[in-house]
Design a protein around this ligand. Structure first.
Ligand code: F6P
Length: 366
């Protein structure tokens, strides 16, 4: 089928670089004579059009994407509530249940005269993209997430910006921790993977890094802080991933709404309280949370976002479908969505960054 009109959707948590991908897709598609539209808020623009008085689809042309490469967020809007595979619907008896609306989505997509979809998202969005491809839609995925937890790509866009900002915050905490001889615990996002915490901790000279991949013994972390004290280093910086958990313990879950993923967070406070008790030092906690998702993408993230967007359009021009663009330096490659959907990439325990951290004397609480 000859492509004339393509759609872009941005799903899940936003990440710096989304707008750069959108711009690259629109410019590369326009050059080929294709029309582009954006679906509002994930797939809600098609599934819940009544929620959008201006229409659930936004026409995207050269003018509409001018000057957005450096902007955080997404001009299309996003949601982590509208997963068409698990769509929350209120029953007559007042109870929510999850239903699969992907068949309906495919019908509405075709009724809107759309020939192909570029789905920009993390694990959840790429699982949806895979399901839609299996139902016959022409789909190309683009790997987005600050968490960097997608398989088969060296990096996702958004991660570099999150680590750069978290590192700057950690740098700023050194002087106040040192002045007050305190332990400062920095909690960062990342879900069930420790990529953000690990890279931030090493780049930001943390003394202890706690990540989900290495369950921690808080006594070991406290021992590292006491050892520093004995050497006259009477302050410490601890970077904790929101998904970190003690040996034999579990993640701290803030909540789980129907149709949504678990919300993690709170381990930083737990670690700070325990370290205060065990070391006798005053401890404070800083939760960076959604600050990591905001702001302007770094040059690195802008570049990979633009490369991903252009490569996604080239893939459509080559009549590909059911694939994700992936960073494979020095190139961008294509991998089957089947190899990505539903898989999470955690930090390998023997990776060079962990070895480097250990060589620098960082404790992982193990
Ligand atoms: O996946 C990105 C992410 O920012 C995670 O690091 C975090 O756990 C989650 O999204 C938070 O999502 P929400 O937007 O629901 O607060």
């Amino acid at each position: 089928m000859k492509i004339k009109r393509i759609a872009i959707s941005t799903g899940g948590g936003d990440a710096p670089g989304l707008n750069a991908v959108i711009r690259a897709v629109v410019l590369a598609a326009n050059q080929r004579g294709w029309e582009c539209v954006g679906i509002r808020d994930g797939y809600n623009g098609l599934l819940m059009p009544e929620q959008f008085p201006q229409g659930g689809l936004i026409a995207l042309n050269r003018d509409r994407v001018r000057g957005i490469t450096h902007l955080g967020g997404t001009i299309l809007g996003t949601t982590n509530r509208g997963n068409p595979l698990h769509y929350p619907v209120l029953n007559a008896d007042g109870v929510y249940e999850e239903i699969d609306r992907t068949d309906e989505l495919v019908e509405r997509f075709r009724a809107a005269g759309l020939d192909a979809l570029i789905a920009i998202g993390g694990d959840g969005s790429l699982e949806i993209a895979y399901a839609l491809a299996q139902k016959g839609l022409t789909v190309i995925g683009v790997p987005k997430t600050i968490d960097n937890d997608l398989d088969k790509t060296v990096a996702t866009f958004g991660f570099h910006t999150a680590v750069a900002f978290a590192t700057e915050c950690t740098d700023r905490l050194h002087s106040t921790a040192e002045s007050h001889q305190r332990v400062i615990v920095v909690e960062v996002m990342g879900r069930y993977a420790g990529w953000i915490a690990l890279d931030t901790g090493v780049a930001g000279s943390a003394d202890v890094i706690l990540i989900p991949e290495i369950p921690y013994d808080i006594n070991k972390a406290a021992e590292k802080i006491k050892e520093r004290d004995r050497h006259g280093r009477d302050f410490s910086i601890v970077v904790v991933a929101e998904g970190a958990r003690p040996v034999g313990g579990d993640f701290i879950i803030q909540g789980k709404a129907i149709g949504q993923a678990e919300r993690l967070g709170g381990v930083g406070q737990q670690v700070a309280s325990a370290l205060q008790t065990l070391t006798g030092k005053e401890a404070r906690v800083v939760v960076l949370g959604h600050l990591l998702r905001g702001g302007s993408p770094t040059a690195y993230d802008r570049l990979i976002s633009l490369r991903f967007g252009a490569a996604a359009v080239r893939a459509l021009a080559e009549v590909q479908s059911g694939i994700m663009v992936a960073l494979d330096p020095p190139n961008v490659n294509y991998v089957p969505l089947a190899q990505v959907a539903g898989r999470m990439k955690q930090v390998p325990l023997d990776c060079d960054t962990i070895l480097t951290a250990r060589d620098l004397g960082v404790s992982f609480g193990d």
